[in-house]
Design a protein around this ligand. Structure first.
Ligand SMILES: [Zn+2]
Length: 476
């Protein structure tokens, strides 16, 4: 996410106290929606895309017991035990479910951006209204790059089965004070000691990784790196302006959350520069989310501020809070960017980010698909598919694009032995598609069922929930 200009901070800060004082979990009704994993299910006669290499296994059967795959083989030879629920998957494609490794949750913290009227109208936004679109799009894991207390509590409620939602990897955002996103979206640290203390507190509270943001000083950043190493946490995120790309790589930063971050630090956009940065990151095993879709949304909004609201998926993003956040960010950030700034964002995208992503992938760079939802134009779940299409447009094969949302995240999370591919012994979530995404990446969005943590959600059930919970939570 880009930063809110400093001049906006005064208005945002006024409402920050409200957001900090809220108790996210306490006011919610508690009801079980996820239920226990029904246990055993078999997908019979499926076209299986295992993602171990580029291939489709014709007429295969996959048996899953309590979330773990217990058998994969030709339908003629795999015996489905009695009592196992059978899903006839003939003509449909079964593959690992997807992960979006750069998201923000439309949680309580974002309410600071709403007008008082909008805030009153959306006192209780259903969590499902911003979580279900992930599932309906086959996304069962997200890395949250501005995680806060609300998200910690929400993750717990998902674990307990009270809310249906994806698995969450939570990374709070740490930044220098008074510069960009106000608390609790971000955590501001004024000194190196405060930065180290924040990292230790975040570890103790249960967060997974630390996201460094743009306005950290060199001393603050270094302090975060040392403290995170002590706490066995990865430092991920932006490349602070105070440092170079080379310096964050040398510091061991594990992941860079936008290709735009490299563009910002590049003096020129020629092919030698692009090659040099791609080589540096590949050689050091740094993970990268190109987030082309994030920059593309800016360009579409510059061309026509109403365009992203007319995207088909905006149908699922009409809750007053969702509309209010988009409206605020459009009016106070996106559309305030002067012509010169718009020009440099466009140049960065067209002359650097696209080529960089292509070269990085060609060199074997470690890609993680990420969307930066819910920034304007970016609807949870749907935006990941836009990013996959962007990756194919710059020259990746559909298989490579899908790796960035399946095996890539599993490797990044150190879980490749149990997640990311369809194979016996894997605990990977599965998605059923009506068309072959290896032939056309657009088919990755034809979700017709999801097996998440052992729970089977047929396509009609996902669509019913989307209509009932998401489409109905709209601006009057
Ligand atoms: Zn972001």
């Amino acid at each position: 996410m880009r930063s809110i200009p400093t001049l906006l901070l005064a208005s945002l800060a006024v409402t920050t106290a409200w957001a900090q004082g809220s108790n996210p979990a306490a006011s919610r009704a508690t009801h079980t929606v996820a239920g226990a994993a029904s246990g055993r299910i078999a997908f019979v006669h499926a076209e299986v895309i295992p993602m171990d290499r580029e291939r489709v296994l014709h007429d295969y059967t996959v048996v899953v017991d309590g979330g773990t795959i217990t058998a994969v083989g030709p339908s003629a030879s795999v015996r489905v035990p009695a009592g196992v629920e059978r899903v006839d998957a003939r003509g449909r494609y079964l593959m690992p479910a997807l992960a979006d490794m750069h998201v923000h949750l439309l949680d309580d913290a974002w309410k600071m951006m709403l007008t008082p009227e909008a805030k009153a109208a959306s006192a209780v936004i259903p969590d499902e209204a911003f979580l279900l679109p992930y599932l309906a799009n086959g996304v069962t894991a997200v890395q949250v790059l501005s995680a806060n207390a609300y998200d910690l509590a929400l993750r717990e409620r998902i674990r307990r089965g009270e809310v249906l939602g994806p698995r969450m990897i939570l990374a709070p955002m740490v930044d220098g004070p008074d510069r960009a996103w106000p608390p609790p979206i971000s955590t501001w640290v004024a000194t190196p000691a405060a930065a180290a203390a924040a990292v230790r507190r975040m570890k103790a509270e249960g967060y997974d990784k630390i996201k460094a943001y743009s306005f950290l000083s060199r001393e603050q950043y270094d302090s975060i790196v040392v403290a995170a190493r002590e706490q066995h946490m990865d430092v991920i995120g932006h490349v602070p302006y105070a440092l170079s790309v080379e310096e964050v790589v040398a510091a061991g930063q594990r992941y860079i959350s936008h290709s735009e971050e490299i563009a910002k630090h590049a003096a020129t956009y020629d092919s030698a520069t692009i090659d040099r940065y791609a080589t540096l990151l590949v050689k050091n095993g740094v993970w990268m989310s190109p987030t082309l879709v994030t920059t593309h949304a800016f360009l579409d909004l510059f061309d026509d501020p109403g365009s992203v609201g007319r995207r088909p998926e905006a149908e699922y993003f009409r809750h007053p809070m969702q509309a209010g956040v988009w409206g605020f960010l459009l009016d106070s950030l996106y559309l305030k960017i002067p012509a010169s700034g718009r020009r440099s964002i466009r140049d960065g995208y067209e002359q650097f980010q696209l080529a960089f992503t292509r070269v990085f992938a060609r060199k074997g760079g470690k890609l993680l698909a990420g969307s930066d939802t819910p920034l304007p134009g970016l609807v949870p779940g749907f935006a990941l598919h836009r990013e996959l299409r962007e990756l194919v447009n710059v020259g990746l094969t559909p298989y490579q694009a899908l790796q960035s949302a399946t095996t890539g995240p599993a490797e990044y999370l150190g879980e490749r032995d149990r997640r990311g591919i369809v194979a016996t012994g894997q605990a990977t979530d599965l998605v059923l598609l009506t068309a072959n995404p290896l032939a056309d990446i657009a088919a990755a969005s034809t979700v017709d069922g999801l097996l998440m943590r052992g729970q089977w959600l047929p396509g009609e059930e996902l669509r019913r929930r989307m209509r009932a919970t998401v489409a109905s939570a709209r601006t009057p």
